[in-house]
Design a protein around this ligand. Structure first.
Ligand SMILES: [Zn+2]
Length: 256
């Protein structure tokens, strides 16, 4: 009898150790997390530090689920190579789900699929989305930026246009919708996207009031596809600011 009790006790200990090793963050992960967050400055980071296990579980699910290219950090100091061209670009054709403003638009296949799903959702609410700009090559972006510099001067151009190699459009996962002006925010399309894009995996890259963080003025028309789970992670842990999440993920995956 005594022996069987001891045996049951041992089994319980084993189960407990097994269960905690499955769900808990390792020491190394906790140190890595604290180290990265120590270099970052955003208000919700204490939430992460206070809920490390939960956060790491959700982070890992996103990193396991999403293709790497969806979560690549591209900003003023993180460049894409001039010869970086996504391998699965497909041209956007005239269709019943969304409108296109020109005939030379293209997106990566999973992004176009997600756009279809989102457009179906918008249609249900009586809204047809207009796609105005999508993939841009390095050379195209170079010409575009030079044109804006000639028009507005370098300092101003830097605030609303990306230098070649630093544009999310080169990823083939970013879309500019509608008029590409501030007025878009107050249109039906603009409002619908603001409220619902994340449900379909599209994240607003340059929100209002965050120029010092993103490097760009507010762009109510520019959405980047990162996947639904990543959008939820962004909202829950990063104050819904894409730049914070991308910087964090960049640091996290770099340290592996
Ligand atoms: Zn854009």
């Amino acid at each position: 009898m005594k022996q069987s009790k001891r045996f049951i006790f041992l089994i319980c200990v084993c189960l407990f150790v097994f269960a905690t090793s499955c769900s808990a963050a390792t020491n190394a992960e906790e140190i890595k997390l604290a180290k990265i967050l120590g270099t970052m400055n955003f208000s919700s980071k204490n939430e992460i530090l206070n809920n490390k296990n939960q956060f790491l579980q959700e982070l890992k699910a996103v990193l396991d689920n999403d293709s790497d290219f969806l979560l690549v950090l591209v900003d003023k100091t993180h460049f894409l190579q001039p010869d970086y061209v996504p391998e699965d670009l497909i041209p956007l054709k005239k269709n019943d789900l969304y409108n296109i403003s020109r005939n030379d638009l293209s997106l990566r296949i999973p992004v176009e699929k997600a756009l279809q799903v989102m457009s179906r959702g918008a249609k249900k609410d009586g809204i047809t989305l207009l796609v105005s700009s999508t993939y841009r090559s390095y050379d195209y972006q170079k010409k575009l930026f030079a044109r804006y510099v000639a028009q507005d001067g370098e300092a101003l151009a830097e605030r609303y246009s990306a230098r070649a190699g630093t544009s999310q459009h080169q990823l083939g996962t970013a879309i500019d919708f509608g008029s590409i002006t501030d007025e878009f925010a107050e249109t039906k399309q603009g409002r619908w996207l603001y409220d619902h894009a994340a449900e379909y995996g599209f994240s607003l890259s340059f929100p209002a009031g965050y120029e010092d963080v993103t490097g760009y003025m507010w762009e109510c028309w520019h959405y980047r596809y990162i996947g639904k789970e990543a959008c939820a992670l962004q909202k829950k842990w990063f104050g819904d600011i894409q730049q914070y999440m991308m910087e964090f993920i960049d640091a996290w995956t770099r340290e592996d």
